[in-house]
Design a protein around this ligand. Structure first.
Ligand SMILES: *Cc1c(COP(=O)(O)O)cnc(C)c1O
Length: 349
């Protein structure tokens, strides 16, 4: 009864090990300030959650439109952008799905679940799109949908805009997943607002609200309207609507200040890692850093965990053997990581 393509799926894995310092999921490391928590408490206390929430999440949408500098009519909200990725895989075309890999696994999982052919193409040595191979492969298996993580998780780089545009030119509906937009400052927003073949994904998860599960699709009004038709009516819960609204309005300065600190720390950690012998570290436009050591990644991972720091083993993804990813944390957390990495490499060497 259950089709083979579902039976063959592996459950999505995330890091659940306990650790003093958690740098495995690219969350914002800073705690929400007390005054802001108090404001959230007040708003939650007056939420009539015995009722269904506003199915259009109107108030939150208004706040998000202002936060992202677009119109409310350009937005579709999801229970995290993960949910929107499912919606896009349902709505956008019927042919194959093109995905440059290694990347965020949800694109492949949603294509797999919906039984759409997948065309995965390895990136080149600089982690950029291999355009020649891509054009050859999407000719072989006609594709109507393309996913680009921009910057790419877990490699951290931004793909060439020209290459994305060349692939789009072949008639692929283009999803630019800007989950790390706040850390990169680079966007396809202009295209998403003016074209009917490009949408942008944003999320609140990487800027302090991972637990709320609020993802945002930005598109031209006519495109947004079609995608919104497949959305489950109450997909963003009442508490999430209320808390997210307070955060992106009254908490905006806290978010922006935290992002600035993380970006500064990213540069510091990158340079410190570059000076570690035996560590190959890749530049990042996001809030995490990918690196490679001479040793098996699972060994390095457990050595670092023994020292109280949890990071992510990325060696299961194609082309990333001996690679691990560390999220940028608070300065003292990053120092704990650097120390743990240094000692682990020394132990193994
Ligand atoms: C973290 C991440 C997401 C997940 O976003 P949610 O809104 O938490 O579902 C989406 N895309 C990429 C590339 C990510 O790294």
């Amino acid at each position: 009864m259950i089709p083979d393509r579902i039976r063959k799926l592996k459950p999505y894995k995330t890091e659940t090990s306990r650790a003093r310092v958690r740098l495995s999921s690219n969350e914002l490391p800073y705690e929400i300030p007390r005054w802001l928590r108090e404001r959230i408490k007040e708003e939650i206390a007056r939420t009539p959650f015995e009722r269904y929430p506003d199915p259009t999440a109107g108030e939150l949408k208004k706040a998000l439109a202002d936060f992202f500098g677009v119109g409310e009519e350009n937005l579709v909200l999801g229970n995290g952008s993960d949910e929107i990725i499912y919606y896009l895989s349902i709505v956008a075309g019927e042919g194959g799905v093109y995905i440059p890999v290694p990347t965020f696994p949800m694109y492949e999982i949603s294509a797999e679940v919906l039984g759409r052919p997948k065309v995965t193409v390895m990136v080149d040595r600089n982690f950029d799109i291999d355009l020649q191979e891509t054009l050859r492969r999407i000719e072989e298996i006609p594709c109507s949908l393309a996913y680009f993580s921009y910057p790419n998780n877990p490699t951290g780089n931004l793909f060439s805009r020209d290459k994305i545009a060349s692939i789009r030119e072949r008639g692929l509906f283009t999803v630019v997943d800007e989950a790390y937009y706040h850390y990169s400052g680079e966007t396809f927003l202009g295209d998403a607002l003016s074209r009917d073949d490009t949408v942008v994904l944003r999320t609140l998860s990487k800027i302090g609200m991972a637990g709320l599960r609020v993802g945002v699709l930005i598109a031209r009004e006519d495109v947004a309207r079609e995608i919104d038709k497949v959305r489950l009516p109450f997909n963003v819960t009442y508490p999430s609507q209320v808390i997210a609204k307070v955060m992106v309005t009254e908490g905006r300065e806290f978010i922006e200040e935290s992002v600035r600190k993380v970006v500064a720390e990213r540069e510091r950690v990158f340079h410190e890692m570059r000076n570690l012998e035996g560590v190959e570290v890749f530049p990042s436009a996001a809030n995490f850093i990918l690196f490679r050591t001479p040793y098996p990644a699972d060994l390095v991972h457990s050595k670092i965990l023994e020292k109280g720091v949890l990071i992510r083993d990325m060696s299961y993804l194609p082309g990333l053997d001996r690679c691990l990813r560390v999220s940028v944390g608070k300065p003292e957390e990053n120092d704990a990581f650097l120390e743990a990495l240094y000692r682990s490499i020394r132990d193994l060497g």
